[in-house]
Design a protein around this ligand. Structure first.
Ligand SMILES: C[S@@+](CC[C@H](N)C(=O)[O-])C[C@H]1O[C@@H](n2cnc3c(N)ncnc32)[C@H](O)[C@@H]1O
Length: 256
């Protein structure tokens, strides 16, 4: 330790930097499962922590590895993962914008054969209106606890109508896809790849990858596979996290 570091430590400057780390304000990002986290998320607490860790490291990756582009979440519901992303963005001091998409009405009605055939649709777990969460106002408040107001853009409505509202020229370096359905995932991915918004090294995190018995012909898996094939996406498979989720890094792709 240099003399200057010793003086700073004596003055408490190092400690102060860590005491105010925003990550400490998010129960899912603490190192151990606290009573508070257990109360918030019940038996899902450990999975919530794994998801939070994956999002935290994804933000650290885009900040630390000079990945261009903003951060986007498709499916906000309780605001839990958006809060994690916000705290991580503040902690790693990135000025990127957080684009948050949700109907704020829960899941849409099923309009295609793939989603109709999904096990969760058939058993009634995924129905129109399920997963309805907080309001856009509450979501904004939670994110603004960590970010500047101009860093938080909220798009209210069905993805098919709102995805086109991304400001022209927007680039995306981190996409958190947490919208359960095949069609919802397709609506989002088709647009961002077609518009060349996904940057080199962008990280994509699929929260619901192993839903529907991990079938490759349903949900997020099918939508991703179609994108990979259509846009000849060259990617690295970063593997799974939690019980349901999976992440990838995109290296390159080309127009059909
Ligand atoms: C599993 S929840 C997301 C959980 C969330 N990340 C959290 O931390 O609580 C799925 C969300 O996706 C949204 N959603 C799914 N399909 C959508 C669509 N086509 N358009 C808009 N929102 C959609 C639902 O409204 C719901 O809030």
């Amino acid at each position: 330790m240099t003399i200057w570091q010793r003086i700073k430590t004596r003055l408490g400057l190092y400690e102060r930097r860590f005491i105010h780390d925003p990550l400490r304000d998010v129960p899912e990002l603490r190192e151990v499962i606290t009573d508070e986290l257990q109360q918030r998320n019940g038996s899902d607490a450990r999975n919530c922590q794994a998801v939070a860790d994956a999002l935290l490291f994804a933000v650290q990756y885009v900040a630390g590895s000079s990945v261009e582009g903003d951060i986007a979440e498709f499916g906000c519901m309780t605001g839990r993962t958006a809060t994690v992303l916000s705290a991580a963005m503040a902690s790693f001091r990135t000025n990127k914008v957080l684009h948050l998409f949700d109907s704020f009405e829960g899941l849409p009605a099923t309009t295609n054969e793939t989603d109709a055939a999904s096990f969760h649709t058939r058993e009634g777990t995924w129905r129109p209106g399920t997963c309805k969460g907080i309001s856009p106002q509450v979501l904004r408040k939670r994110c603004e606890a960590f970010l500047k107001p101009e860093q938080v853009l909220i798009y209210e409505g069905w993805f098919s109508a709102t995805i086109g509202k991304l400001p022209a020229g927007t680039k995306l370096g981190l996409l958190h896809v947490d919208c359960d359905l095949y069609q919802s995932t397709k609506d989002v991915l088709e647009y961002v790849f077609q518009q060349k918004m996904v940057t080199e090294g962008a990280i994509l995190l699929f929260d619901d990858w192993n839903c529907n018995r991990a079938s490759n012909s349903l949900g997020e898996r099918k939508a991703w596979e179609e994108m990979v094939s259509k846009y000849r996406v060259v990617y690295s498979d970063l593997g799974s996290y939690g019980w349901a989720s999976h992440k990838f890094i995109v290296h390159s792709y080309s127009m059909p």
